[in-house]
Design a protein around this ligand. Sequence first.
Ligand code: NI
Length: 253
Amino acid sequence: MFTDSHCHIYSEYYPNIEEAINNAVSNKVNRFLNNGCDRKTCEEVLKLIDIYPNMYGAIGIHPENVNDYKIDDLKFIEDNLNNKKVVAIGEIGLDYHYTKEDKDKQISLFEKELSLAEKYNIPVIIHSRDATLDTLNILKKYKVKGIIHSFSGSLETALEYIKMGYLLGVNGVITFKNAKIKDVFAKISLESIVLETDSPYLTPEPFRGHSNEPAHIIEIAKFISDLKGVSLESLAKITNNNLNKMFNFNVDN
Ligand code: NI
């Protein structure tokens, strides 16, 4: 069985969440790390992890929401870190793809969230788009670890993140024709790789064009299994083990 290490399961995208989860389970995906992006989605993640035993939460303010968040939202995140099923702060990071104009605000928010992660010794889920250098330099200032979600950089950057203790998330993008990231993941050790869908985004082939769902982890798994020459069983075992070492999935206390 596989884990979807990065998804956005909210009622806004999934009118029938139960069905999406059941469909995932029938496709060998039985654990989910649901990521919030703002106050509203974090509140929903907290509700859902309470309902679904195999769903865990990451709560954080995504860089695209840098102009809307309130300081009180960070307090809300901090107050909920004691929830045993909240295993990470995320999705957080830097995104300079559309504009660099709010760069300073993004960095300030990112650093506030990293400080929280360091203070509570909880991993982070990092979103970094067109911002590699700043992301690396800022992460180096904090004693944190976690996942570089949707990793899309060079081999050199990959190795640097790995050296810093991060895992690299691979998703449906790798199944796209001519995806350059194939060559990079071909050279990265499986011990540093985790599978994710980023549902409802980044739908893998052959479902490209449709909304994504955690069940599609299996398409990404098949691709990586071919690329790395390992069985699906071994891939599931190794990637789950990577996650188990990084996150505290024990909730029985
Ligand atoms: Ni995401």
